[in-house]
Ligand binder design. Structure first.
Ligand code: PLP
Length: 267
């Protein structure tokens, strides 16, 4: 029997979440669920559960570079996703590695966890703006990350448009502004994201599920986009399909431990 042909290969460059809800663990589950082969370059290890991050340790730059080279030089990658990068040194090293590949790169500029734990040093923000965003095919900031990176405070859909322009000014080809925390004029919550490259504008709307178990949402969306790009979808197709997958994963999110449970990658 001849071996079957390999599925598309997707690489996550991110931190480990010992609780299995976010980070590398969420990324690999998402990649599997979407029919791709997931690979990982671990940048940092967190001691983490449903109530917060109890500790975080970043890996040496050489360890990150070596993992990346091992994967790329032998197996190859069809798309890359970046998540928690912890420090300015790691952001710079990862940006350099991405600059040397033709594979599309989805950059989730992870700053702070839902529990308020810092996953990126404040001193690394400038490196994200000037080194990492310019090599991104798609950047996927949430509203807090937009404010941290650009100073634009978003309160409306028009604000999302201004935020997108401010992020695109740093050089990514596309940006997805995740408006998940936005409420409309009458206070109703909705899950609206804006995908734009500065000329095309796509508003992606989904019903907002009233479920507090949303740990790992951002990691899952970025990984799902990377997986769909690896399968050959266009940017619009990939982001649309990824949003549908995340919406289902949030709807199926479940309680674990005493705090915020994870989205369900296998819904
Ligand atoms: N832990 C790690 C290692 C992450 O990469 C991330 C997000 O990217 C988080 C935690 C935060 O996840 P959330 O904000 O969904 O709780």
């Amino acid at each position: 029997m001849s071996p079957r042909s390999a599925p598309p290969r997707v690489l996550t460059v991110a931190g480990s979440d010992s609780g299995g809800g976010a980070g590398i663990q969420a990324d690999l589950k998402t990649m599997l669920a979407l029919g791709t082969h997931g690979m990982s370059v671990v940048t940092a290890v967190t001691a983490q559960n449903s109530v917060g991050v109890q500790g975080a340790w970043e890996l040496p730059v050489e360890a990150v570079r070596a993992q990346y080279r091992s994967v790329v030089d032998d197996i190859g990658v069809s798309a890359v996703k970046t998540g928690m990068l912890a420090s300015a040194e790691l952001v710079e090293a990862v940006a350099d590695l991405l600059a040397g590949t033709d594979a599309p790169a989805v950059v989730d500029p992870v700053g702070v966890s839902k529990h308020g734990d810092a996953l990126l040093a404040a001193s690394a923000l400038d490196c994200v703006r000037t080194k990492l965003l310019p090599v991104a095919t798609i950047a996927t900031p949430n509203l807090d990350e937009v404010e941290q990176l650009t100073g634009v405070r978003v309160r409306s859909e028009d604000g999302m448009r201004r935020a997108a322009a401010a992020v695109l000014a740093y050089g990514p080809a596309w940006v997805v502004i995740k408006g998940g925390h936005l409420t409309d004029g009458v206070g109703a919550a909705k899950a609206v994201d804006l995908l734009t490259d500065g000329s095309e504008e796509h508003w992606l709307r989904a019903p907002r599920h009233d479920n507090r178990h949303t740990h790992g949402t951002g990691c899952t969306l970025a990984s799902a986009i990377a997986a769909q790009l690896a399968k050959g979808q266009t940017v619009l197709e990939a982001v649309t399909a990824a949003k549908a997958y995340v919406t289902g994963a949030i709807a199926a999110g479940f309680a674990l431990g005493d705090g915020i449970g994870p989205v369900d990658h296998g819904w």
